[in-house]
Design a protein around this ligand. Structure first.
Ligand code: ADP
Length: 516
């Protein structure tokens, strides 16, 4: 059985360990692929975010510029109406609104601040306006029709970027131009504010971790995914970065977390397999012990029964005539019956202990007398076989104990039985009772085979029998010491064992007194 089991553990290597190792390798490769996919997914997510935000900014400027630059042709010369109009149609980042009214070869310029106040312009700004509007002046002079006046952008002067729109009459001829000159600093701030709002609308909970930047050098930054603006400030790029982690860090983090998770699952799995093997091995051992127990007990039952039957038959057939022989056979029958009774008592007691039904009838008892009577009853039939069981009473009177007398007597019988069974030809056994105010000690000392040190604890387990050396040949149920230990513990005491291989063993029952 053990060999099969050991073989079955070896089978675990190809059946469990190799597939698990293969799974681990597959998982590692899969997670590496996942890591690179995560990096590119995060990159494209950031790029998409940049695209969205840049689109929203462009849309804002198209819409706001269209609203601000859609003028009625009648109001081209009415400065107060123009001032009201520009005040009511603000465009974020605008520095100056301007209107140019063409009249043949002449052009008349009006300038307004964002809050609608007429203003004069520094020379460079004025130059930029003239340069930007000159093509519309040409169109006016040539009376070219402009069916749907478009928004156009002039970015030739970096510091004075212009969005403008022609104003046309009913026959779609250019009458003038309205325009906006942008201030770089306030436009950048305005664009960032628009972008932040856009991110908050599109990405809700993720928005807090995203950072925006608008710059003309962003292409060189590795951290930001960027997108150029397409309407105005077209040399600027809008960049988005995840503050929590860069795509590479995120990929590495997801790889690490997944690996740790996978590793954790593997450890739990191996632990569970280990525990299952341990439990299976314990079960195998127990079942082995149980089958040994059945064969040992049947032997233990059959041997005394056979003797009793043979001696009984002799006596029935009248083959025994002398009184001495009749007494001798009678003693045999009595001794074998006692052995049988003890074995059956042990089995019954064990089943009661196992099902927690064992009850103890506690009564005040003279332990010395109990130990003496039990020893004598046990020793008498053994005397014929040459066994000497010496009883030593304590030097002083011991206090009576409240114990279950029958149970303690059975414990002593079990210890004496073992002392005789494992005597290995040394037929002298001692029972020594001693004690003090705290405890009473009953020691059974033999000079038999002894017990190996590493087995001295295990022998108190149910069905456990030392399987090596001489002990191997002695039959038994493996229940005696389990019952001894249980009964003594139920009395609040303990069993001590002192033994050396080949020199004998001393089992001592220590029972506490009431004073203790
Ligand atoms: P059993 O005696 O029926 O085998 P026990 O539970 O009484 O079962 O004892 C368990 C084992 O402890 C024995 O099989 C034996 O190996 C060992 N043992 C117990 N008492 C002694 C002893 N006095 N000397 C040597 N070995 C002992």
């Amino acid at each position: 059985m053990a060999r099969i089991f050991r073989r079955s553990i070896l089978w675990l290597v190809p059946v469990v360990v190799i597939p698990l190792a293969a799974l681990l390798v597959i998982q590692y490769r899969f997670l590496r692929t996942l890591e690179s996919k995560t990096v590119s997914a995060q990159r494209s997510w950031l790029r998409d975010s940049a695209e969205h935000v840049a689109e929203d900014i462009d849309q804002y400027y198209r819409g706001a510029a269209l609203r601000a630059l859609s003028l009625e042709r009648d109001c081209l010369c009415q400065n107060s109406v123009l001032a009201d109009h520009f005040r009511g149609k603000p465009v974020d980042g605008a520095r100056t609104f301007f209107v140019v009214h063409f009249d043949g070869p002449h052009a008349y310029y009006s300038y307004f601040s964002p809050d609608g106040i007429a203003k004069t312009l520094p020379q460079d700004e004025e130059q930029a306006v003239k340069l930007a509007t000159v093509t519309w002046h040409v169109a006016h002079k040539l009376k070219r029709a402009i069916p749907h006046p478009p928004l156009s952008v002039d970015e030739r002067d970096d510091r004075n970027r212009i969005i403008m729109r022609p104003v046309v009459d009913d026959s779609e001829h250019v009458l003038g131009v309205a325009g906006i000159i942008f201030d770089e600093v306030s436009t950048r701030a305005a664009m960032l504010a628009i972008g932040t709002r856009s991110i908050a609308t599109h990405y809700k909970s993720d928005a807090a971790s995203l950072r925006l930047l608008i710059d003309d050098h962003l292409v060189r930054s590795r951290d930001f995914r960027s997108q150029p603006l397409s309407f105005v400030f077209t040399n600027w790029r809008l960049g988005v970065k995840d503050l929590c982690a860069s795509p590479e860090e995120l990929g590495a983090l997801s790889f690490k977390n997944n690996m740790m998770l996978g590793g954790g699952v593997m450890i739990v799995l191996f632990g569970a397999i280990g525990l299952a093997i341990q439990a299976a091995s314990r079960q195998m051992k127990l079942s082995q012990m149980k089958s040994d127990f059945v064969s040992n007990v049947s032997h233990e039952l059959r041997t005394p029964l056979a003797s009793i039957r043979v001696f009984g038959e002799y006596m029935r057939l009248g083959r025994v005539t002398s009184d001495d022989k009749v007494r001798e056979y009678g003693e045999y029958i009595e001794a074998e019956s006692r052995r049988l009774t003890q074995l059956i008592n042990n089995i019954l007691d064990f089943s009661k202990i196992e099902s927690a039904e064992k009850k103890y009838k506690m009564a005040e008892t003279d332990v010395v007398e109990l130990a003496h009577d039990t020893t004598c009853a046990f020793a008498m039939p053994l005397r014929e076989k040459g066994f000497q069981v010496a009883f030593t009473a304590p030097a002083t009177q011991l206090p009576p104990l409240t114990i279950d007398g029958d149970a303690i007597a059975q414990v002593l019988m079990n210890l004496l039985d073992n002392a005789v069974k494992f005597s290995n030809g040394n037929k002298s056994v001692d029972v020594i009772v001693s004690g003090d105010a705290e405890s009473v000690r009953i020691a059974v000392h033999d000079r038999g085979v002894g017990i190996p040190a590493d087995e001295q604890k295990k022998i108190f387990e149910k069905f456990y029998r030392v399987s090596s050396g001489l002990v191997h040949d002695v039959k038994g149920s493996g229940l005696g010491l389990a019952i001894v230990s249980h009964v003594v513990k139920a009395h609040g005491g303990q069993v001590e064992v002192a033994s050396a291989l080949g020199e004998g063993s001393t089992f001592t029952i220590v029972l506490p007194t009431e004073a203790a």
